[in-house]
Design a protein around this ligand. Structure first.
Ligand code: XUL
Ligand code: CO
Length: 435
């Protein structure tokens, strides 16, 4: 029997007045060579959608996510049924999970692992029955009090060992579920005060944790991508995985060559960047992997994880995804939650429809933007001095410092700058979107 008294959400087009319909997301519509669902690769986030009840600093849950069960393992099973029903009804093809989202933590690691095995089997059979897939798995190494000072960056080596063991198990079940990715988000891998922190040792240890666990994953046959998910702060004041550029530097410094990035929109804005900036930074470094789709509130200084409805952000995001050649192992995971006041099960549907339609619109508009050619053409032309003359010689390495001086002396001064035309370009984007 259905858990949600709502039918499968159909595509009805942008003029539909039915709130429980897609206006832009038409999963099987071919667009630029493949169905929309394959461009977008939407994923449900288990922690928000199946577990998040709306608790905040001032109040307990407003939403009931027990789905009619009372015992912890029964609740976990009901959540799994509810998750697959939601994916089916919303045409979401993937899910992402933390170990502790799918199975409650028990008194010891061995018992927790046993419960995880039970739930992994449960998920595997639901996957088999529905054709839904695992985009990525991860370990929650931040909620339990043992991780109060961090996991890989804890001052206590026992905590490091516990985290490594927990991640080992999380990778094992991700492999069992055929996950195409494994995410490391540095939950408490940072510090509160330098007065008690050995920053050098903590960073070295974080790299050690990544190395030992990722190599183990390969040894048991994990073929997917490893992702680091940057975030500048929260829960710690300063996180070592601050932003894409910091993480890229970290990975290169420690020779962790096979890692890619999972870029989250709200983490980007917390770092003082746009979502597109972080995506572009990952792309130009050849490390673009996957996306946590959500949005923050510009008036609040924390990670609000709202469902994404900002059309411009979605357009620029999908522009970057298309320029990166599309997703390979990655996808668009809704690391997003309904507002505390949007507490009914129906709101889950409204939230996903809003987010999915925003990105479907984004995909359609980004394709139009590329086809229109004004943005790419303008940018190409702006750098044309690099395809001939002194620019070409600089790039090829032929130009010496003396050649550059000779060139500058001969010019006397630079007289060939051209306008950046920012306002013209912003208006061109508006015309492509709304014209
Ligand atoms: C926290 C966050 C995490 C990661 C996975 O801000 O984004 O949920 O996506 O651990
Ligand atoms: Co995230």
């Amino acid at each position: 029997m259905d858990i949600f008294p709502i039918g499968k959400i159909a595509y009805e087009g942008s003029r539909s007045a039915n709130p429980l319909s897609f206006k832009y997301y038409n999963p099987d519509e071919p667009i630029a060579g493949k169905p929309m669902r394959e461009h977008l690769k939407f994923a449900l986030s288990w922690w928000h959608t199946m577990c998040g009840g709306g608790t905040d600093m001032f109040g307990t849950d407003t939403a009931d996510k027990r789905f009619g069960a009372t015992e912890p393992l029964d609740i976990a099973r009901r959540k799994a049924q509810a998750a697959f029903e939601l994916m089916e009804k919303l045409s979401v093809d993937y899910f992402c999970f933390h170990d502790r989202d799918i199975a409650p933590e028990q008194g010891s690691l061995a018992e927790s692992n046993k419960t995880l095995d039970v739930m992994t089997e449960e998920l595997a059979s639901l996957m088999k029955a529905t054709g839904k897939k695992c985009l990525w798995g991860t370990a929650n190494c931040f909620s339990n009090p043992r991780y109060m000072h961090g996991a890989g960056t804890a001052p206590n080596a026992d905590v490091f060992a516990f985290a490594a063991a927990q991640i080992k198990k999380a990778i094992e079940i991700t492999v069992k579920l055929g996950g195409s990715g494994y995410v490391y988000w540095g939950g408490r891998e940072g510090y509160e005060t330098l007065l008690n922190t050995d920053m050098g040792l903590e960073q070295d240890n974080l790299a050690r944790l990544l190395k030992i666990t990722s190599e183990y994953g390969r040894s048991i046959g994990f073929k997917g991508d490893y992702y680091i998910e940057p975030k500048p702060k929260e829960p710690t004041k300063h996180q070592y995985d601050f932003d894409a550029a910091t993480v890229i530097g970290f990975l290169r410094h420690y020779g962790l060559d096979e890692f890619k990035l999972n870029i989250e929109a709200n983490h980007a804005t917390l770092a003082g960047h746009t979502f597109q900036h972080e995506l572009r930074t990952a792309r130009v470094a050849g490390m673009f992997g996957s996306i946590d789709a959500n949005q923050g509130d510009m008036l609040l200084g924390w990670d609000t994880d709202q469902f994404p409805t900002n059309v411009y952000d979605a357009v620029y995001c999908m522009y970057e995804v298309l320029k990166a050649g599309g997703f390979t192992n990655g996808g668009l995971n809704f690391d997003s939650k309904q507002r505390r006041g949007s507490y009914t099960h129906e709101d889950i549907f409204h939230a996903y429809i809003a987010g999915m339609d925003t990105f479907a619109f984004g995909l359609r508009a980004a394709l139009r933007l590329i086809e229109d050619g004004r943005i790419d053409g303008f940018t190409r032309k702006r750098y044309e001095s690099w395809s001939g003359g002194i620019g070409k010689d600089i790039i090829s390495g032929k130009a010496t410092i003396e050649d550059l001086e000779r060139h500058a002396l001969a010019m006397g001064d630079v007289t060939t700058n051209t306008s950046g035309r920012q306002e013209y370009l912003e208006a061109a984007v508006n015309q492509v979107l709304w014209g």
